[in-house]
Design a protein around this ligand. Structure first.
Ligand code: MRU
Length: 357
């Protein structure tokens, strides 16, 4: 079984470093990237070496810890060193927040790290320890949220179901197990036989490279399809559910996820297929009501015209490359969270499920 490694690991104690699995090289190579400075983490998030909303948040939280000032020399007054360290952590958090704009988990995790800096602090060592503990908590909580999402989601899936998914909302996109894929892994654990269609997910193939990799390794029968085939598959084959992850969900349930998700939801509605979003409470942004307010990341045109350096469009032609789209709440049958299932997807239901911490 060719199980992928964990997407992010912290090596050592508060003085340690971050180890990421470079997801751009999957499925052919599993290469670990050791990050010992904030810039390397920023680049890894920007270039999708680590990707998926929860995993980005986890990597960024650990990334802040790498903004270390020399706290051990005895010649500088300890209060000055402490102030310097607080400022360095804040600067790192602000910088990491500029890496990608859409997944709210990034900002959620960085805000949690900033809140540690707002507490009374006794010494530079206790500050570093508290920051490290907070990052570890963010990581561990995600693991538990993913498992709970799987349990709630599996209740919605009948025996012998065929599920269609888009992009990668698996262990690689989270601490482990995933959100949408957690539902599938849990079904398999419960002995339900499921089949999965994985959209390849252009332009960066997270579906074929990552989702198919994870499901195949877990022994779940998986068929990769081009994104353009999804409607045809719903029309001509038995598809019992679509399950996807999310990058940001507003108070009314409008959901940003990988480009192509919206089209899938329209098609699912037309074909009478339930459309489920699986996401932890850290993916909700209750400061926004309409999905129109969600910032959509625009990425380099070369990802479309020259992927992996291979020219697939005429030199100089324009390409449009929004990384995400927004699915309106009315197309979503239910949102599966770690606290329970939100259905119908309305502002009232969303706020009552995830409105309190
Ligand atoms: O650009 P990516 O690969 O970071 O996009 C990821 C997605 O759209 C996922 O579906 C989403 O982050 C949910 S991950 C549990």
């Amino acid at each position: 079984m060719n199980q992928p490694a964990l997407s992010a690991q912290w090596i050592g104690d508060e003085h340690g470093h971050l180890r990421l699995l470079d997801q751009t090289l999957l499925p052919s190579r599993q290469v670990m990237l050791d990050c010992r400075d904030v810039e390397t983490v920023w680049e890894a998030i920007k270039m999708l070496r680590v990707r998926g909303a929860p995993a980005i948040g986890i990597a960024a939280a650990y990334g802040v810890l790498l903004a270390r000032v020399d706290g051990n020399s005895a010649d500088v007054a300890s209060a000055d060193r402490l102030a310097e360290q607080v400022a360095a952590y804040r600067k790192a958090a602000d910088y990491l927040a500029t890496s990608r704009p859409t997944a709210v988990n990034l900002f959620w995790a960085l805000d949690r790290m900033r809140r540690v800096l707002d507490r009374p602090i006794a010494s530079i060592e206790s500050l570093r320890h508290s920051m490290w503990q907070e990052a570890v908590r963010i990581h561990e909580e995600d693991r538990q949220m993913c498992r709970a999402i799987g349990r709630f989601g599996a209740e919605l899936i009948p025996q012998s179901a065929t599920i269609l998914t888009h992009c990668n909302a698996g262990g690689l996109a989270t601490s482990e197990y995933g959100t949408a894929l957690s539902v599938m892994f849990t079904c398999a654990e419960q002995g339900k036989k499921i089949n999965v269609y994985a959209d390849e997910t252009r332009p960066l193939w997270q579906g074929s490279r990552l989702t198919a990799f994870e499901l195949h390794a877990a022994g779940i029968p998986t068929t990769v399809i081009c994104d353009s085939m999804a409607a045809h598959v719903m029309q001509t084959k038995k598809v019992d559910a679509v399950i996807v992850g999310a990058d940001r969900i507003t108070a009314r349930g409008d959901t940003a996820n990988k480009i192509g998700t919206y089209g899938l939801a329209v098609s699912a509605k037309y074909h009478g297929v339930p459309f489920y979003v699986a996401a932890p409470s850290s993916t909700f942004d209750l400061t926004l009501v309409s999905g129109k307010e969600i910032p959509i990341e625009q990425r380099d045109q070369g990802e479309i015209t020259k992927p992996y350096g291979i020219p697939l469009a005429p030199e100089g032609v324009n390409a449009y490359n929004p990384a995400f789209d927004v699915t309106p709440a009315e197309l979503i049958t239910a949102i599966i969270t770690e606290r329970g299932v939100i259905s119908p997807v309305t502002e009232r239901e969303v706020r009552s499920m995830v409105g309190s911490s």
